[in-house]
Design a protein around this ligand. Structure first.
Ligand SMILES: [Zn+2]
Ligand SMILES: [Zn+2]
Length: 107
């Protein structure tokens, strides 16, 4: 399957980040959800895959302050809690999309 890349990324409100994909799909992520899903080595144990970032450690009002594209495969996000090492591949972001169309079994 061809890699789908974001067409635009914005913050529609103070709670969330929206990605419009080139295939027309729209994903809306809660800021805190994105922060908790951070795939970097400080948040996930590289050996066991265990998530080491704790929900209690993340401020309730955490939000992305900046983001930029990494090559043509990922998005780097800098969060308001000072965490900026997360590289979210487009593939991961699509997997994380919380919409019902992406998670038919959960609804
Ligand atoms: Zn991280
Ligand atoms: Zn979706």
């Amino acid at each position: 399957m061809a890699q789908v890349s974001p067409q635009s990324i914005d913050a529609p409100d103070s709670q969330s980040v929206r990605i419009l994909w080139r295939d027309g799909h729209e994903s809306l992520y809660l800021n805190r959800f994105l922060r908790l899903a951070c795939p970097c080595a400080a948040c996930v144990n590289e050996w066991t895959g265990e998530r080491t970032v704790r929900e209690a450690d993340i401020p309730a009002d955490v939000r992305p302050l900046s983001w930029h594209l990494v090559g043509n495969y990922a998005l780097s996000i800098g969060f308001s809690d000072g965490h900026d090492t997360g590289i979210y591949s487009f593939e991961l972001l699509r997997k994380l999309c919380p919409c019902p169309a992406c998670h038919p079994s959960a609804h």
